[in-house]
Ligand binder design. Structure first.
Ligand code: NDP
Ligand code: 2IT
Length: 450
């Protein structure tokens, strides 16, 4: 790795651990590409990739149901626009800060490049906590947030979407506010409702794409998801549709979680139980703990903040799909997965495994898919939504699904081919990082020092 390069980026961004983790993970893998194409070092492409093209931070003031004034912080990190308009989700969660959003925007550059659709990298959001807020408060916050964000985005400049805490409901309020302020109806957002510009299958796309990717990985070993017992974390958008696709492909999911704890259902979260889970999380906005009241054979475990490992990852299974948040699998968790004979880990979340954890998985021969490849189906389908909006058409579910499967297979095959070419056969992380990097670096070189 280029230690001096990493040190200089560390020096420029001293209090941003998540961002530095994402940068380090990329820098440790792209060295062979930098050695093969020395001009990229000379042009300082890595340093330029690690510096947002534009970073916007703004105050969001809104009135809660008690009539009290609330103040939050909003952000948009426009990281890189070399290959297309800025593109990436919005996250509403109390843990949101510049470091978290810069790591997500940085990852998004490479992920979007891998999809094959022309999209640059961005991310945004707020430290606003949607939990426990009324419908009215959610709408008020979204309108206040958009009163500033609307100045910085457009369907040709920067197209946000959902992420943690931003789903269909929030996208509706955000899009409505943008349309009112700008007096125009455009595809400025993806993840819109079906019937007002949204694409069929965008809701399902990240979870479905993750499992399509895993199926491609297993095929390389003559294997498949069918009959596999799987661990899934999270119970939001990505987790729900990962579970749904695993079920459809004949696998069995025995866990789900939220930030308070996790459930283990040895009999599997089948179709009917998944419908209950979706209603619980999406409509009633309840807690995963309630699952065991409905299905008493399942067991609930409370998360212990002080614990140095997560017992969810210490359950015997064949495949693991972290779909909650960053750094949910540390060194100990990775060792537990290895000990229990896990065969494959596919990241649904962004950066759910620590750098040490990744090394443990890879050193022990576990098939490991980095999120920027395996969760790219979400933004890939966002790209398909943008295309439909520009064309003024609506594609069928079958058409979008066909394209999603094609995108995931192409990313999978690209990762393997590039890893092979650079002497790291089977290393999906190396393949994803180098393939994404080369595409963007090439565009930056062509466009000069801007
Ligand atoms: P949701 O808000 O729908 O769900 C998030 C889930 O993760 C919830 O179950 C939530 O629990 C749990 N969670 C959130 N924060 C924490 C935390 N700090 N500790 C433990 N659990 C937590 O978000 P998504 O499903 O959309 O996103 C999940 C992950 O997937 C994120 O990393 C996101 O960046 C990534 N991703 C999302 C894409 C998308 O299209 N939506 C695309 C690609 C990646 P609780 O209910 O308690 O908050
Ligand atoms: O992390 C991600 O890729 C997303 N949250 C989806 C981004 C998008 O623009 O669809």
């Amino acid at each position: 790795m280029d230690q001096a390069l990493l040190d200089s980026i560390k020096q420029r961004n001293p209090y941003e651990p998540e961002f530095l983790q994402a940068v380090e993970e990329v820098l440790t893998t792209i060295k062979p590409a930098l050695d093969r194409f020395p001009e990229y070092r000379k042009l300082r492409i890595p340093e330029r990739l690690a510096e947002p093209e534009r970073q916007i931070s703004f105050r969001v003031t809104w009135l809660d149901d008690q009539g009290d004034v609330q103040v939050n912080r909003g952000y948009r990190i426009q990281m890189n626009s070399a290959i297309g308009p800025y593109k990436g989700g919005l996250r509403f969660h109390p843990s949101v800060n510049v470091s978290v959003l810069k790591f997500l925007a940085f990852e998004q550059i490479f992920k979007n490049a891998l999809t094959g659709i022309p999209m640059g990298g961005a991310k945004g959001g707020s430290d606003f906590d949607p939990k426990g807020k009324s419908e009215n408060e959610i709408m008020k916050f979204c309108q206040a947030f958009m009163s500033e964000l609307s100045r910085h985005i457009s369907h040709r400049l920067d197209v946000p979407a959902g992420d943690i805490g931003v789903g269909g409901r929030e996208i509706g309020y955000l899009f409505g506010a943008y349309k009112k302020i700008k007096n125009e109806f455009t595809g400025v957002f993806t993840g819109k409702g079906i019937g007002w510009g949204g694409s069929l299958l965008r809701t399902e796309a990240t979870g479905y794409g993750l499992i399509y990717f895993a199926e491609n990985m297993l095929h390389t070993r003559g294997d498949s998801i069918k009959g596999k017992t799987c661990l899934v974390s999270g119970s939001g958008n990505v987790a729900q549709y990962a579970i749904e696709k695993i079920n459809k492909m004949g696998g069995k999911v025995i866990t789900a979680s939220d930030s308070s704890g996790f459930i283990v259902d040895e009999e599997g979260i089948d179709k009917q139980k998944l419908e209950y889970l979706k209603d619980l999380k999406n409509n009633r906005r309840g807690r995963i703990q309630e699952y065991v009241q409905k299905y008493p054979k399942a067991v609930y475990h409370t998360s212990e903040a002080s614990a140095d490992f997560n017992p969810l990852w210490n359950i015997k299974a064949d495949c693991a799909f972290p779909c909650a948040t960053q750094n949910e699998i540390n060194e100990k968790d990775a060792n537990n997965l290895v000990k229990n004979g896990i065969r494959l880990l596919g990241e649904g979340a962004n950066m759910p495994v620590s750098i040490e954890g990744i090394h443990i998985l890879q050193d022990n021969g576990i098939m490991y898919a980095p999120g920027k490849a395996s969760n790219a189906g979400g933004v890939g389908t966002s790209g398909l939504e943008m295309t439909q909006n520009f064309m003024g058409v609506n594609w069928s579910r079958e058409e979008v699904d066909k394209q999603l499967q094609h995108i995931m297979k192409t990313i999978h095959d690209t990762c393997l081919a590039v890893a092979n070419e650079y002497g790291k056969p089977g290393n999906y992380l190396v393949g994803a990082n180098i393939a994404g990097f080369l595409k963007v670096a090439n565009a930056m070189k062509a466009q000069g020092m801007v």
